[in-house]
Design a protein around this ligand. Sequence first.
Ligand SMILES: Nc1nc2c(ncn2[C@@H]2O[C@H](COP(=O)(O)OP(=O)(O)OP(=O)(O)O)[C@@H](O)[C@H]2O)c(=O)[nH]1
Ligand SMILES: [Mg+2]
Length: 439
Amino acid sequence: MYLIVGLGNPGVRYARNRHNAGARCLARLAAAHNLEFGRRQKNARVARGEIGGVPVLLAIPQTFMNESGRAVAPLARFYQVPPERLMVVYDDLDLPLGAIRIRPDGGSGGHRGMQSVIGHLGTQKFPRLRIGIGRPPGRMDPADYVLQDFSPEEELVVEEAIARAVAAIQTWLTEGLEKAMSEYNSRESEVGSRESEVGSRESEVGSRESVVISQVAGGAMSIRVPVVERILSANDRLAEANRARLDAAGVFAVNLMASPGAGKTSLILRTVRALKDRWRIAVLEGDLASTLDADRVAAEGVLSVQITTGGECHLDAAMVQSGLERLPLEEVDLLLVENVGNLVCPAEFRLGVHRNVLIASVPEGDDKPYKYPPMYQGVDAVVLNKIDVLPAFDFNLDYFRRGVEALNPGVAFFPLSCKTGEGLDVWLEWVEKGIVGSG
Ligand SMILES: Nc1nc2c(ncn2[C@@H]2O[C@H](COP(=O)(O)OP(=O)(O)OP(=O)(O)O)[C@@H](O)[C@H]2O)c(=O)[nH]1
Ligand SMILES: [Mg+2]
């Protein structure tokens, strides 16, 4: 039996405090493996079950932080858990926000909860996972700082760190401590330099200011750039966590991007109808508002989850993560994601899917690759929809194709019509090849 403990203070008042990062991590770990904190035992809420075939007891002490040892030591004794099979997860001021660090042993580093655990166990030789919460600003007392909630911007970063911590704990259980450390410990250079590099990257992020403004409404000018840096890198890391989750469940995921009305939903419906008897399909529908598209998809009898972005012009990795949480991924082979209709910013936000697809359509005109190059550059396939209306438009297929090739040489290209079905077979073959490859 392995014992995994997440430190924090009990009660809702403290639940979102920086000091409760460890307890939050345990709640997420339990949710990720369908375990429930149903019982109380030895001053802790506990959940018992298996993770990756390994028997575990998850515990969140219900003592105050500085008494955590009164929960951990009795549990370890009762279940005869040797120190090397105990993992304590807790927040650390000395690690930058969002970094995680696993160690086989060590002192408390001044952490009151760890002091108590070490004192009651009589040893400091047990693994621990620290979640970085960063130093308090200015002269703020660390004791006050840890009892504050994370700011909304920090929440994004810490959520992602917790997701990584959850994955790291699973690796520890199934592949050992060394492997978990080498795979998940944040590199010193990476964490140390993130903040200091911001200044020099200012010009690069400058072009993304619209993103900044919408994400940190009300934020002071002086913190604008650091915040967007964090948000973008947090998005990338969340995307990686999404990918790990999809891979673990054997799901092949495709993100469909296009301007409004190019035919994202139409292509999803065609794909669902053609493949739903052979594969288990689910759809994430991203929209500014309304469940219109999600309802059209659900009518086909496949799982469909609506993500309403509340005004954001794109999906990001956190939105996809929340969508994934609402799907039984183990029962899905193919996940189609309909991004918000937009030809500009979706390309900037990685989601963690396996393929990114851009759908262009004939009525938009043959010059779109030349006018919206970033959308064409990063994608794995370009679909040209509505070829049934080619005769009605001055659309030069060759000109369009040359634009695409120049931006993304060798990219898969599928001219088709969702209306007549022409060209669909080649697209479907490409999708199925992806599903088979990922299974
Ligand atoms: N002629 C023709 N019309 C099509 C084709 N595919 C889609 N349409 C039409 O284009 C319109 C928009 O299609 P949707 O599939 O809703 O487009 P969308 O990209 O999902 O749109 P948003 O979700 O609003 O961004 C609908 O009226 C479709 O019937 C096609 O291949 N040929
Ligand atoms: Mg749609």
